[in-house]
Design a protein around this ligand. Structure first.
Ligand SMILES: [Zn+2]
Length: 372
């Protein structure tokens, strides 16, 4: 294992923040995977999964079984972990700018087009190599004027030329689910099976340039731009994995999730040895535009009636919202048939809060598909 220390742009004299990446295997010897944990800093399940992955990857490397290159970023957001406000960590938004740490990643499309135009050929593998070299150059040229920009540039640089990118997050209270780009679903489906995923949400573009899409969506766009005579495959499988809820942090779950990720990497040819048997699927893929939130029509106390993971029908009562001064009880019902996969942790919410989400088969939403 090789540890690389990446010094981020210093925002305040005397305050230094660095990112660390752990590198297993040999660059260029085979496919590359980058795994990063807790881009929203206080999403702790990924940090414990990364801890388990570090130990197991070190064993696999010592046994000569890492056939490609595996990069592990065990703490993807050291800025967020320092943002303590009145006793709590604010890990989702940078306090200085209000920006979400998982939005606004650079779109390298134009920079890559300028570098590869006129150089592509009929051989897809050659084109992939050419595009990856252009991506590395373009990522290195992204401005890093602030600590946040520097973090985004460094993270993108570690992932932009990878075959597989797994961005490990969690939800408030949820069953394990994932987000990915529609065209790569057949290559993600085995990951969903190994992880025991209960909802898989697909979109071509979900909005505001989250990290996974900055890595994966370039490829189908480049293919469309240059046409069939110069084939460009979807060479990056990038997935946002939601490791259940924020309190689902224990060794048993983390060990199981780490093993599932390693089983997937073995299946993808990054780890030598007989791959694990493929478990049955626990969910089907559904459109991200079919994930429907239920908002609180007024402030009040939340009392849930169903647990995340429940298969529910349209109209089914999932929670009561209670206004304690008047005694008003508003049933919150499922808007659709689907999987009740995530819900709010807080039990008192102001009006307008997105309280829960149900994943259904029909793409009913348009516009920006991600929450803030
Ligand atoms: Zn997150």
């Amino acid at each position: 294992m090789k540890t690389v220390h990446h010094a981020l742009t210093q925002g305040t004299p005397g305050v230094s923040i660095e990112l660390q990446s752990l590198h297993f295997g040999t660059p260029g010897a085979g496919p590359k995977a980058t795994l990063q944990a807790a881009l929203h800093a206080d999403e702790i399940p990924g940090l414990l999964v990364a801890h388990h992955l570090r130990a197991r990857l070190a064993e696999l490397e010592a046994a000569g079984r890492v056939t490609g290159e595996i990069v592990l970023v065990p703490v993807a957001n050291p800025i967020g972990l320092t943002q303590r406000v009145l006793g709590s960590v604010e890990g989702r938004f940078e306090l200085a700018t209000g920006e979400n740490f998982n939005r606004h990643y650079a779109d390298l499309f134009d920079a890559v087009v300028a570098r590869v135009d006129g150089k592509l050929g009929a051989d897809a593998a050659y084109n992939v190599g050419l595009v990856r070299a252009a991506l590395r150059e373009a990522a290195a040229a992204i401005p890093a004027r602030s600590t946040l920009e520097s973090l985004r540039r460094t993270l993108l640089g570690l992932s932009i030329d990878a075959d597989i990118v797994l961005d490990l997050h969690c939800d408030s209270q949820a069953v394990l689910h994932l987000y990915t780009e529609t065209s790569v679903w057949p290559r993600v489906e085995p990951l969903a099976r190994f992880l025991g995923c209960e909802a898989a949400l697909l979109a071509e573009v979900s909005g505001d340039h989250p990290f996974d899409e900055a890595c994966s969506t370039l490829w189908p766009r480049l293919a469309a731009r240059f046409g069939a005579a110069t084939p460009i495959p979807s060479a990056c499988v990038a997935v946002t994995v939601e490791l259940r809820g924020e309190a689902d942090v224990d060794h048993e779950l983390a060990g199981r999730d780490a093993q599932a990720i390693l089983d997937y990497l073995a299946w993808q040819g990054l780890i030598a040895g007989a791959p694990a048997g493929m478990p049955p699927a626990r969910c089907e893929a559904t459109p991200l535009a079919g994930s429907i939130p239920v908002n609180a029509p007024h402030g009040g106390v939340l009392a849930y009636l169903r647990e995340p993971g429940a298969r529910v029908a349209a109209g089914e009562r999932l929670a009561d919202l209670i206004e304690p001064m008047t005694g008003l009880v508003t049933p919150l019902v499922s808007p659709i048939d689907g999987v009740f996969y995530a819900r709010e942790t807080r039990r008192f919410v102001p009006a307008g809060t997105s309280v829960l989400r149900v994943a259904g088969r029909e793409a009913l939403r348009t516009g920006n598909l991600l929450t803030a």
